[in-house]
Write a protein that binds this ligand. Sequence first.
Ligand code: PMP
Length: 403
Amino acid sequence: MSAPLYHLRNQFPALNQPDLVYLDNAATTQKPERVLSAMNRFYREQNANVHRGAHRLSDLATRTFEGARDKVQSFINAPAREEVIFTRGTTESMNLLAQSLGSHLLQPGDEILIDTWAHHACIVPWQQMAMRTGAKLIPIPLTGDGDLDLDAYQALLGPKTRVVSLTQVSNALGKVAPLEVMLPEARAAGAITIVDGAQAVAHLEIDVQTLGCDFYAFSGHKCYGPTGIGVLWGRRELLEQMPPYQYGGEMIQQVSFEGSQFNRLPYKFEAGTPAIAEAIGLGEALAFIDELDRKALQAHETALMERVKAGMAALPGVEAIAGRGHNLGALSFRVEGEHHQDIGILLDQAGVAVRCGHHCCQPLMQALGLKGSCRVSFAAYNSLEEVDAFLSALKEITEFLDD
Ligand code: PMP
């Protein structure tokens, strides 16, 4: 491992076990001790419900929980803390948007553009809302290299485009979308823009104001935080106009049997007791990322990716998928004549954890003419030695299967 990140590994208790080369970080990352401790501390010393208690412990829990919201705000450079909504993850963020924004906005014949890299979490909620409203869900096609076809995208944008939903980093391919080009074009067409940042947050610095999108979503568990917590950031003026997504306690100001008044932002979108410990864990995970040497992290991740690509290129029958150009954090591959699941099982037997399947991107797999793939994906704690261990296991497997 390159020197500046060498110390990281010891901070992750789950990595401290024999025969584990964990290269499935795009599915979920391991958690550093400080995240585990923060959550433990909450339950051991601060546990109370938030926002409505008249007692000291509730006040402490509220301050710690709301402190996590402040952390998210500064991490993504959101203009206001009220614009940061806690959800269960990217999937819930997308469902909230499709249901609340979609029902408020969409008319028959309206168009929703979505990239072909999109995760099912982005596709299905909009597909269902399109079916209910008579809107159309239109995919942005790929070039032969698996990049987004920008000419086709420009041609698709038009007066009927209401929503453009873009994946910042593809979980299946590790490709990075040229958001600096695509978002201004969507805005110029008058569309509302949504960015799925699930695979970006652990790897890239995020500034929603510089990006210039209307909504940004991510999951805690993919950036060293716990499961069950995620974020939807949105522009205040849009969030104000949108109806609530779920109803119940916390999200109301006043209730009678005749009707209810809803709470102000962000609570209007946070019905029920929130995932308090998880939000606190997420805040700690973002603090962990903030303290990383970003330049060193980038150099390290580039070194890991270059090593794995060069190693795969040297193995007969192994092909990186959409591996030309830049891949960030994740790389899919296949082995000629072999099912991806078999390769995954054999790698697991060699102590290497990778992901195999359609990666919740069936339309992408169809576009690439694949049933599925194997995928390696990296986090800050992975080492070049682990890449070498993976490559030598893959070499042995392909030689064994070739016999
Ligand atoms: N989008 C992308 C790009 C993802 O990688 C994932 C998780 N694989 C999701 C959305 C959904 O995230 P979650 O399951 O945490 O809600």
